[in-house]
Each structure stands twice: as C-alpha cells, then as structure tokens.
Ligand binder design. Structure first.
Ligand SMILES: [Zn+2]
Length: 91
C-alpha cells in the first residue's frame, strides 16, 4: 500500500549510530513489520565494521518487546538514539 510505505518513509532516520564503533551508518533499509503489532517501522543498517544496527519506532511497549526479542536471539548490542542520530545510548 503506497500510503503505508509513505508513512514508513517518514520515519526514516537520517542515520543510525553503530553500536559497535559509533560510526554513522547511512545505508539504512526498512524491515517488513507486518505482524508486529504496535511497531510503526523498523530500520536496519549495516556498518562497515560488521555490526548490524536497528532502529524501531512505534508504541514504546512494542518497540521494547521487539528489542527484547532481538536481544534474546542475537549477540547484538542494542542502543537507542533520536531520529537525527543525536543522543545515542547503548543499552
Ligand atoms: Zn561500526
């Protein structure tokens, strides 16, 4: 649906901050969020250092659950940041 796609595009962060080396990750792709209730959009970026960085937006509880599920299944270091890439924190 074009409208849904536009809504997702509106949440695209300018960049992600790598949780491994703190570099700017600008090669960002949307992840299909169908079936993830409360999640508006998920973005994934691959840093040159090999770390995969995620950003999710939507209902806080849903976002938290998503990152929790992710941390259960991977060795990822999770972090949060504001949309413009400032205020980066590693969880
Ligand atoms: Zn990195």
């Amino acid at each position: 649906m074009a409208q849904a796609r536009a809504k997702v595009e509106a949440t695209r962060p300018e960049k992600l901050i790598c949780n491994g080396c703190k570099a700017d990750v600008t090669d960002i792709h949307p992840v299909d969020t169908r079936g993830l209730r409360g999640i508006e959009a998920i973005w994934v970026g691959q840093c040159a250092c090999g770390q995969t960085t995620f950003a999710a937006s939507g209902e806080p509880n849903a976002v938290e659950a998503f990152f929790f599920a992710l941390s259960e299944n991977t060795e990822l270091t999770l972090g949060s940041q504001s949309k413009d890439g400032e205020n980066h924190e590693t969880a």
